[in-house]
Design a protein around this ligand. Structure first.
Ligand SMILES: Nc1nc2c(ncn2[C@@H]2O[C@H](COP(=O)(O)OP(=O)(O)O)[C@@H](O)[C@H]2O)c(=O)[nH]1
Ligand SMILES: [Mg+2]
Length: 252
């Protein structure tokens, strides 16, 4: 399904890398350096970053290339030929991280909505769980206090609806802040995921539950991006809903 020929990798991971943070990017020129600096401020042994950039028109890919030279062995970039969507970006990134031999794989957004300061404790929690799910919707978790009530309700209801459709126990089914042991990703099976758009997170959560992987929920506060634009739209959300409904019907 995934055409690896379209992927051009810059940089190479050092041999002592154990944890790879996969970050998909599309037009994140104003955020990409900050996230690298904030992640490398954390004390995690063998930490590296893999960006999956979809030929961002704003030059994110070129900045990423410069970062691979500045942080040689610790920053790698997978360039794809065009905007191929968030789900396939994660699949490509996870596959590269697995091939690179990482023991722990983290996923997060580039826009600083997911705080880099939570990454060390999420990786730590993988000692006793297969998957650690960052959650905005259980005790201790929250969303940006500046969000309007309408936005909070929309986000909560979308999450509630998706949990109900798929029968998910995990409190945050739509978030993209998670950490996995490599065996967990191997078990989830990346190459035959059916939903490659926004519903990707929920399909992975569904398989995690179906295959009996142990999940630890990690509460955090989701902050609104301050630079760049969100790529989320109503059309993307509606498509995710019907695709997830089909997934549930087919798996009965
Ligand atoms: N490679 C790639 N990254 C994407 C794509 N769409 C969104 N992203 C990245 O995925 C992350 C989440 O996207 P964002 O627009 O912040 O979504 P939101 O947080 O739901 O509003 C960010 O790091 C984006 O740059 C895509 O099609 N391809
Ligand atoms: Mg965002």
């Amino acid at each position: 399904m995934l055409n690896t020929k379209q992927i051009n990798i810059r940089g190479e991971f050092r041999d002592d890398i154990t944890a790879i943070v996969v970050i998909p990017t599309f037009n994140e020129a104003d955020n990409i350096r900050t996230i690298v600096e904030q992640l490398f401020e954390q004390t995690v042994e063998g930490l590296a970053i893999l960006f999956v950039d979809d030929s961002s028109p704003d030059g994110t890919g070129e900045i990423a290339d410069a970062l691979t030279r500045e942080f040689e062995g610790q920053v790698v970039v997978a360039h794809r030929s065009g905007k191929l969507g968030l789900g396939t970006a994660y699949i490509a990134g996870f596959n590269i991280a697995l091939q690179s031999g990482a023991t722990y794989i983290v996923q997060m957004d580039c826009d600083l909505s997911h705080p880099p300061s939570e990454v060390p404790s999420m990786i730590e929690a993988l000692r006793s769980a297969d998957v650690v799910v960052g959650t905005r919707y259980s005790d201790g978790g929250s969303v940006d206090p500046n969000w309007k009530m309408s936005r909070v309700l929309l986000s909560k209801w979308a999450n509630f609806g998706i949990r109900a459709i798929l029968g998910l126990k995990v409190h945050d089914a739509t978030g993209g802040f998670k950490a996995y042991r490599r065996e967990a990703l191997e078990k989830v099976g990346l190459d035959d995921l059916t939903i490659t758009g926004f519903g990707f997170q929920a399909e992975v959560a569904f398989r995690t539950q179906k295959y009996g992987l142990t999940v630890s929920e990690h509460p955090y506060t989701f902050m609104e991006r301050t630079a760049g634009k969100s790529k989320m739209s109503m059309q993307i959300a509606i498509e995710a809903f019907w695709r997830l409904t089909l997934l549930r019907i087919k798996s009965r």
